[in-house]
Design a protein around this ligand. Structure first.
Ligand code: 48F
Length: 266
């Protein structure tokens, strides 16, 4: 069979835009393809929800590829290792309640499980804003404003595109970007103690790990925070290359949103 470049191009365009059109109305839009966003995507897609994940970079995986300081192993605790075991990543006991896993195996396997479960992934796509609506006197985020990352990087003046979603998971990590944009542009109060973004504090692994899960919750109608973005929103600490909290955060946010979607109220 003679290969035809035109058909190759047509195949890519057809598939991509079919996927894009399918994602114009989502159950859950996840911003950020780090460990918390990927875990949430995996669980929600596995449960049959319509989920898309938007990642600015070419590769998904966020801060998990490089372990600690590029030494590519991660550490997880006893209570989070079930998540790695569930997706088939070998976990090795280190000492006491510490376990290690290969960072590249974790990242690639989690990414693969999220994709194969049905998450529609849009890499090289930056979320630059949200859609805000007021219904019955309550403001709610109900969509994402997205643009191609090369457009963003080049600083080109190109208008974005928009999709609607029932829930957003803000999993952009330390910079908590989507929430910052929401607060900067609108007269809104978050469900944080100050009503704004509390900001991340310096390293304290033990407290940070517990708080990552505790802080994983609704932060504004329609928006849940997960992973490091949850700690940055609620003013907790960073924790370095221990990843149990990130995985548990993804698991928690997926379970909470799935419960709400199941209730039929959305
Ligand atoms: O930072 P990141 O890995 O988030 P996480 O799931 O995990 C944190 C850990 O990696 C590590 C840690 C563990 O102890 O502290 O830092 O909380 O991944 C966040 C992803 O979001 C993407 C960014 O490129 C990264 O891959 N991202 C950030 N802003 C945007 C975005 C945006 N506006 N649009 C799309 N993607």
């Amino acid at each position: 069979m003679a290969l035809n470049e035109r058909i190759i191009t047509e195949a890519i365009l057809t598939e991509y835009f079919e996927k894009f059109k399918e994602c114009l109305d989502l159950d859950v839009a996840i911003v950020g393809g780090g460990p918390s966003g990927l875990t949430a995507a995996y669980r929600l897609a596995k449960d049959g929800y319509k989920v898309a994940l938007f990642e600015r970079k070419l590769s998904i995986g966020g801060g998990m590829w490089g372990g600690g300081m590029t030494f590519n192993y991660i550490v997880v605790q006893e209570e989070s290792k079930h998540l790695l075991e569930e997706i088939g990543v070998p976990v090795k006991h280190f000492r006491d309640e510490y376990y290690t896993a290969d960072a590249v195996a974790c990242t690639t396997t989690l990414a693969s499980r999220a994709c194969l479960a049905g998450t529609k992934v849009f890499n090289c796509m930056s979320v630059e804003d949200v859609v805000l609506r007021e219904v019955d006197g309550v403001k709610r985020v109900c969509g994402l404003v997205i643009n191609s990352s090369p457009v963003e990087i080049a600083g080109l003046h190109v208008d974005p595109l928009v999709l609607h979603t029932k829930f957003i998971i803000e999993a952009t990590g330390h910079d908590v970007e989507v929430l910052k944009t929401l607060v900067r542009k609108n007269d809104v109060r978050l469900l944080t103690p100050s009503g704004g973004i509390e900001g991340e504090q310096s390293m304290w692994a033990e407290v940070a790990e517990t708080n990552t899960v505790k802080n994983t919750r609704e932060v504004f109608p329609g928006v849940y925070v997960a992973g490091m973005a949850a700690n940055a929103s609620f003013g907790s600490y960073r924790m370095g290359p221990i990843f149990g909290g990130m995985l548990l955060s993804g698991e928690k946010v997926a379970a909470e949103i799935a419960g709400l979607l199941r209730s039929g109220a959305y």
